[in-house]
Design a protein. Structure first.
Length: 546
């Protein structure tokens, strides 16, 4: 994640840009609808025969809070947090106990913790331990809290684990630090790429043999567009050529150890670095063409353990709305030009400053457990899926101890919203679930890996970003139909479902609502010929078809 302060980013494109012929209005979020007109019933067309992208996962990251919490906190509280993030179970009333994430991101550490203050990273919570200090002997008791959360995730049914790093281990870096002091190029000693690949392969192998944890995806570079020459956190720039060279060294090393992890590249700090050459960072942008372009001499798609996926972060191009829309359209267009390539949104929390009409406090600083941030986030998720065509969407840090809009779950001492003191919540604290957690759950709990998004004909997904955003998914094996509605507007909207390619069983589905007063709450079955999406809410409708 780009630095924030310590107080606390086929038919795939078919129908995305069509004119909207069924939405009642495209009102501004700031319009006053205190006296709405009589509701009009709108026909919601869903075509089960028109397949778009196959969904892969919804996820979040363990950085940076999970190590202290997973290692030090009381067992009942750690398990409560794990249930909120990972559980696929329902309570006695049929309400989800958690949000059922299907991917968990593990921050493989670089060793700044062992360096202490000499690491130059001032915040102890943003330093990471490393399994080795020399590449020879490994201590797999390190990162114990993060390992605990990985095990908790797998026990609760999380399908995939991803390991990412912000820096090479400090014993391999050019400056002996986990942050960079040179610009543009990767912070690694000359000739040490084989040693770095050995570190990756050995760490993954030992996680499997000593902890029973199989890493499914490897992401060796994070936001390489930034120089990471400050003292806020671990990080390093990297050119596309650096990434290409390392992937070609890492690939056979993983195979030699019998590891089946797939390498994923990208993790661009913003979408634009994926689809165009950006001035000032020319060697670190236009990544889709560089790594997967048909005519690229650096195409890595031929390596069997490289996943044909490019990942970008949703930061900085989430506001204003026209830029959010155009950036996703551009990314989708580039991806579509390359057969078989998928797009991930692999990191986000609020870094933009859209003003108080959009977010409490107007920007990222200031914790927000309420519905406004949840709606803001759900709009980005829906837009990334519907316009960008992403197959996996991943939040940044799952847990936050800061007074910032960067956590799905927040922890505090009961007296404040967060602190920079290193002892704050290190050993215990209070758990605060946010509406953003449950809003993500409107997607993650119900839209599971392998489900296929299907077309909603005539829906203008761009215009819907100020009204009601809708995405629909099917599970071919179970005949389940899931529709996720994000009503950003100030008025309720009434719909009538028109399903093509199948018939909804009993013509009813079950709503699960997140609003100011509800958190993924199961409702009574509603008639698909006349159902209302409440104002300022995220609702998932679940039914079966035949």
């Amino acid at each position: 994640m780009k630095f924030i302060n310590n107080n606390k980013v086929s038919l795939l494109c078919a129908g995305l840009l069509f004119a909207n012929s069924f939405l009642v209005s495209c009102e501004s979020e700031n319009s006053d609808n205190s006296n709405p007109e009589t509701a009009t019933t709108t026909t919601l067309n869903v075509n089960l025969d028109m397949n778009l992208q196959t969904m892969e996962s919804f996820g979040a990251s363990d950085a940076w809070q999970c190590n202290f919490i997973g290692k030090n906190w009381p067992s009942d509280k750690k398990n409560k947090i794990a249930d909120l993030l990972f559980s696929n179970e329902l309570d006695a009333d049929g309400n989800p106990k958690g949000i059922g994430l299907s991917l968990w991101r593990f921050n493989l550490g670089a060793g700044s913790t062992e360096q202490g203050d000499a690491s130059d990273i001032g915040d102890e919570w943003r330093r990471t331990e490393c399994f080795t200090t020399n590449g020879v002997s490994y201590d797999m008791t390190k990162q114990a809290g993060q390992v605990w959360f990985m095990k908790a995730a797998k026990e609760r049914g999380v399908a995939k684990l991803l390991a990412f790093t912000n820096s090479a281990p400090v014993y391999l870096t050019q400056n002996g630090k986990a942050h960079a002091s040179i610009k543009e190029f990767y912070n690694l000693k000359e000739g040490k790429m084989p040693d770095l690949a050995d570190f990756w392969a050995t760490s993954l192998d030992k996680l499997k043999t000593e902890h029973g944890l199989t890493i499914d995806y490897v992401s060796p570079f994070n936001e390489p567009q930034y120089n990471w020459d400050g003292s806020a956190q671990e990080g390093s720039p990297a050119t596309n050529a650096n990434i290409y060279s390392f992937v070609n060294v890492l690939s056979p090393k993983l195979q030699a150890k019998g590891l089946e992890a797939k390498i994923v590249v990208g993790e661009a700090g913003a979408y634009e670095s994926l689809y165009k050459t950006v001035s000032g960072i020319e060697s670190r942008s236009n990544q889709i063409d560089y790594f997967f372009g048909t005519n690229s001499a650096k195409n890595i798609a031929g390596l069997s353990n490289v996943k044909k996926t490019i990942s970008g972060h949703s930061y900085w191009q989430a506001w204003p709305l026209n830029e959010m829309i155009s950036s996703r359209q551009s990314a989708a267009s580039k991806v579509q030009a390359i057969g078989g390539l998928s797009l991930w949104s692999s990191e986000y929390c609020v870094l933009e400053s859209p003003g108080t009409s959009e977010l409490p406090g107007g920007a990222g600083p200031g914790r927000d457990l309420g519905i406004q941030l949840a709606l803001w986030t759900a709009r980005i998720v829906s837009t990334d899926i519907a316009i960008g065509g992403v197959t996996s969407w991943q939040w940044w840090t799952a847990i936050s101890r800061g007074d910032y809009k960067d956590g799905l779950i927040h922890v505090d001492d009961g007296a404040s919203n967060g602190a920079g003191n290193s002892d704050y919540c290190k050993n215990d604290g209070f758990i605060r679930d946010s509406k953003t957690l449950w809003a993500l759950g409107n997607f993650s709990f119900f839209v599971k890996p392998g489900m296929v998004r299907v077309l909603i004909p005539e829906l203008d997904n761009a215009a819907a970003t100020t009204d009601v955003m809708l995405t629909a998914y099917k599970d071919v094996a179970t005949k389940k139909l899931v529709i996720v509605a994000v009503n950003i507007s100030k008025s309720a909207k009434t719909y009538k479902l028109n399903l093509s390619g199948g018939a909804l069983t009993d013509n009813k589905f079950i709503p699960y609502t997140t609003s100011e007063t509800l958190s993924l709450k199961k409702g009574t079955a509603v008639d698909a010929t006349n159902f209302e999406i409440p104002a300022k809410s995220i609702v998932t409708y679940v039914g079966t078809y035949k």
